[in-house]
Design a binder for this molecule. Structure first.
Ligand code: F6R
Length: 359
């Protein structure tokens, strides 16, 4: 049931606009966001948020840490579940412990959830599968309503997780009164626009198809961005690795000069995430440095950037999170098109399984 799409992954990329609408249904109100699954008491006694997850879900977690601090004004940090598990972490009861998982079955994430429960912390899981091991265990569950995800490479699970976490940051902001009404209204307006931002423009899809012809010869890829575009860069690099088997790294663009820029040459493709609404000038100067060292630059931005070798133009918007979702689709399509051209099995990449239930 690929509904005319070549792969489930492609169908799931195209479905994102609809599933995100479902995910937001009844959760975005006139003056705030809300969830049937939780109430204001969830924040009682809480001073901090700790998030643990793996893979793509971990990237959604990093993205949200910027939003929890910026909007909810709650200290938030994020860790990879398999690392957290053995570091003998200090767990304090004023921490809300959030795990994020598409499947609700990932062994390392499940284990850290057990650790947090045993330490008496309040636990919340953001999950796509009801009645999974994690939803049965956590004190609270918020479902992402993405529907079944068949492609091994996660797409719509990530976009719905990110939207849930953004809505949660606003819900907490409302409880804590941490942003002014005007900012809240701007955030809510932007949230309502996410399904549109995830709607795929034929021209953009065609552009990724054309670029894939050359990009499959790349020796290495750097995906770079700042702030929430850094975890998005990590996600773009992970998608390319998983289904194209090409070497890719996600990096904060400001960190390139601290080592990785030594790799710059024309065979190194830099995919630069250049949002207009967040730190544009800062990223631009990081990309200029790479361009001056002859890296091949593909910029994804609503603004023309004269030093780009290739340019994927996204729609102009007035919120960086809308640019985030527009870029997400571009990154997903680009990896998929490269993978298809290489003749790979997009839905079932080698060595990977949909659910990692072993450590
Ligand atoms: C990447 C991917 C994996 C999963 C990871 C966690 O496309 O699918 O990195 O995100 O294995 O899985 P869940 O979210 O089910 O815990």
């Amino acid at each position: 049931q690929k509904d005319g799409f070549r792969f489930f992954m492609e169908k799931e990329i195209y479905e994102q606009s609809d599933v995100v609408s479902d995910c937001m249904l009844g959760r975005v109100n006139d003056n705030t966001t809300s969830f049937d699954e939780i109430d204001d008491s969830i924040l009682e006694g809480i001073n901090e948020i700790k998030i643990c997850a793996c893979g793509t879900s971990y990237h959604a977690g990093i993205t949200s840490s910027y939003l929890f601090e910026r909007l909810s004004k709650i200290k938030c940090n994020v860790e990879i579940a398999s690392e957290f598990r053995y570091k003998q972490p200090l767990l304090t009861k004023d921490t809300l412990f959030i795990v994020i998982s598409q499947s609700g079955e990932t062994a390392d994430t499940l284990e850290v959830l057990k650790m947090a429960k045993n330490a008496g912390l309040k636990t919340l899981v953001i999950c796509n599968v009801d009645n999974s091991s994690m939803t049965r265990l956590a004190d609270y569950t918020i479902l992402t309503r993405a529907g079944i995800e068949k492609g091994v490479a996660s797409t719509k699970a990530f976009s719905t997780q990110t939207v849930v976490l953004w809505m949660l940051a606003l819900y907490f902001a409302n409880i804590k009164n941490s942003i002014c009404e005007d900012t809240m209204q701007k955030e809510l307006t932007a949230l309502r626009e996410v399904p549109k931002a995830l709607t795929i423009d034929d021209k953009i899809h065609e552009k990724t198809r054309r670029l894939s012809k050359r990009y499959l010869h790349g020796h290495g890829f750097f995906f770079i961005g700042r702030d929430v575009f850094y975890p998005l860069a990590l996600e773009g690099a992970l998608k390319l690795k998983e289904i194209s088997y090409l070497h890719a790294e996600g990096y904060p663009s400001g960190e390139m000069k601290h080592g990785p820029i030594a790799l710059a040459d024309p065979e190194l493709f830099t995919i630069a995430l250049m949002p207009e609404n967040l730190l544009y000038e800062k990223v631009k100067s990081n990309v200029e440095e790479l361009s001056a060292r002859d890296s091949t630059i593909c910029s994804i931005s609503p603004l023309d950037f004269e030093l780009s070798d290739d340019f994927i133009k996204i729609k102009k918007t007035n919120h960086y999170m809308l640019e985030f979702f527009e870029m997400l689709v571009v990154l997903q399509l680009l990896s998929m098109e490269i993978s298809i051209r290489l003749g790979n099995d997009v839905d079932m990449p080698r060595n990977l399984a949909k659910s990692v239930t072993v450590e």
